[in-house]
Design a protein around this ligand. Structure first.
Ligand SMILES: [Zn+2]
Ligand SMILES: [Zn+2]
Length: 155
C-alpha cells in the first residue's frame, strides 16, 4: 500500500496523529549521492522504513550512521562511531566515499549537506541536513522551494 510521489517521497498517514484526517508524514524513499548511489538502506529500519545510511568522519574516527527517513524525526542509529553532540562531521557516501556536497550554511554555523532526490544531482531537488551532531535542522527542497513542516502537513 506504499505510495511514492514523483520525487520518491513516500507520503503516509501519521500514526501518531490519527485523529486528524489531514495529518501526514513525509518519508524519503529515494536519496542519492552525487555519483548516483542509493543512500536509503534496509540495514537500518525506522518504524519499518529503510533509513538513510551515510558515512561520517571526524579526524581519525569514522563510521556509519543511519538517519530516520521520516522528515522531522531526529531518530538516529549510530552503527560504529561515537558521536559527540555539537561536533561538526564530514559526511560521505558509504559506497564511493565521495564527500557529500554542501548546500548552504546552517543557522548554527555548520553546513547543510545535500542528499539528492534523483540520480542526477540537482541542488534544487534535494534534502539538506545539518552536519553538526545534535542540530535538528533539515530542509526538503523541491524545485528550489523550501518545504516546511507545516506545508508537509497539507499533502
Ligand atoms: Zn556514492
Ligand atoms: Zn545546524
Amino acid at each position: 500500500m506504499e505510495r511514492f510521489n514523483e520525487r520518491g517521497m513516500l507520503i503516509i498517514p501519521n500514526p501518531v496523529r490519527e485523529s486528524s484526517a489531514s495529518a501526514k508524514i513525509l518519508v524519503a524513499g529515494r536519496l542519492f549521492c552525487p555519483n548516483g548511489h542509493d543512500l536509503i538502506s534496509p540495514r537500518a529500519l525506522f518504524d519499518g522504513h529503510p533509513g538513510i545510511l551515510i558515512k561520517a568522519a571526524k579526524g581519525s574516527r569514522r563510521g556509519c550512521i543511519a538517519l530516520s527517513p521520516v522528515y522531522g524525526s531526529t531518530s538516529r542509529i549510530v552503527l560504529d562511531i561515537d558521536l559527540v553532540k555539537g561536533e561538526i562531521m564530514d559526511l560521505y557516501c558509504p559506497a564511493c566515499d565521495i564527500l557529500l556536497p554542501i548546500h548552504s550554511p546552517c543557522s548554527c554555523g555548520a553546513n547543510l549537506v545535500a542528499l539528492f532526490t534523483s540520480k542526477h544531482p540537482d541542488f534544487t531537488d534535494c534534502i539538506a541536513i545539518c552536519n553538526r551532531v545534535g542540530c535538528i535542522n533539515s530542509h526538503i527542497l523541491i524545485n528550489d522551494e523550501v518545504i516546511s513542516l507545516s506545508m508537509i502537513d497539507t499533502f
